[in-house]
Ligand binder design. Structure first.
Ligand SMILES: NC(=O)c1ccc[n+]([C@@H]2O[C@H](COP(=O)([O-])OP(=O)(O)OC[C@H]3O[C@@H](n4cnc5c(N)ncnc54)[C@H](OP(=O)(O)O)[C@@H]3O)[C@@H](O)[C@H]2O)c1
Length: 244
């Protein structure tokens, strides 16, 4: 028996990286997954890789019309929803003194505003007893130079999880934050040169980045009844980077 048998899940920004690994695991555990991403070709490829019990819905997780289209599709195809994993997020470094309005806008537009509306627009479809998880970042726990805007745009989630679980308690909907550290994804490879990657790895106690599959298992824990008594928490999966 799977941990998500018969459940319906939405995962935003899931065509690559850790959310794609999570989507595969959720399907293996019995869920039907609705997956989003902006690039149609990447979405088609992800759907093909997963192979069954998955629906790709192209869209930008920061665009409110796209979110409406996503939830219209879920409603039409499945009627309701059990798990929402708001994973889509962006980040680029800029130290204080070099932060531009565009830099600030991009991070907060998706990571804060987009995440909030991804959750709010899901509410009419979310079944009682459902689970919401949002992808944060250990940037909001550490003090990594250059990452203040990104850290701030993710830190909001910890406050929101606590308020929202209280607002949703009659419906027994749990709200948690999944907070990864450095994870080897395509985005990481694009963003950082070798020296920067080595420098980040030197901060991780085991000396090696996380794998997307190691975040997927943490997501499964928060999505499933395995975490039925975990609510309003931040699950930090960063190999201990910000614990030391
Ligand atoms: N990688 C890390 O080390 C790390 C560490 C801490 C936290 N995080 C957070 O973890 C999450 C996933 O990061 P990742 O590195 O695994 O993935 P990623 O490579 O940055 O992107 C994963 C997916 O998100 C989609 N995406 C990006 N912007 C989107 C948008 N506006 N709307 C919908 N989909 C969007 C991408 O497809 P399209 O480009 O086609 O849309 C891609 O499929 C993000 O929230 C990120 O901030 C990452």
């Amino acid at each position: 028996m799977g941990k998500l048998d018969g459940k319906v899940a939405v995962i935003t920004g899931g065509t690559t990286g850790m959310a794609l690994a999570g989507a595969k695991l959720f399907v293996d555990e019995g869920a039907h997954v609705f997956l989003t991403g902006r690039r149609q070709d990447a979405l088609d490829e992800a759907v093909k890789q997963i192979g069954r019990n998955v629906t790709g819905v192209q869209g930008d997780a920061g665009d409110l019309d796209d979110l409406d289209r996503l939830y219209d599709t879920v409603k039409r195809e499945k009627g309701s929803l059990d798990v929402l994993w708001a994973s889509a997020g962006v980040g680029a470094p800029a130290p204080l003194g070099e932060i531009t309005e565009a830099h600030f806008h991009d991070a907060f537009w998706l990571n804060a505003r987009g995440t909030l509306f991804t959750v709010q627009k899901a509410l009419p479809l979310l079944n009682d007893g459902g689970s919401i998880l949002m992808t944060g970042s250990n940037a909001s726990l550490g003090a990594f130079p250059g990452w203040s805007v990104y850290a701030g745009s993710k830190a909001v989630q910890q406050a929101w999880a606590r308020v929202w679980l209280n607002e949703l308690k009659e419906r027994r909907i749990r709200v948690n934050v999944l907070t990864p550290g450095q994870v080897a994804t395509a985005k990481q490879a694009e963003l950082f040169d070798e020296a920067t990657k080595r420098q980040f790895e030197s901060l991780i106690p085991r000396g090696a980045k996380g794998r997307p599959e190691e975040i997927a298992t943490a997501a499964l824990f928060l999505a499933s009844d395995d975490s039925s008594y975990v609510n309003g928490m931040e699950l930090v999966a960063d190999g201990g980077t910000t614990a030391i």
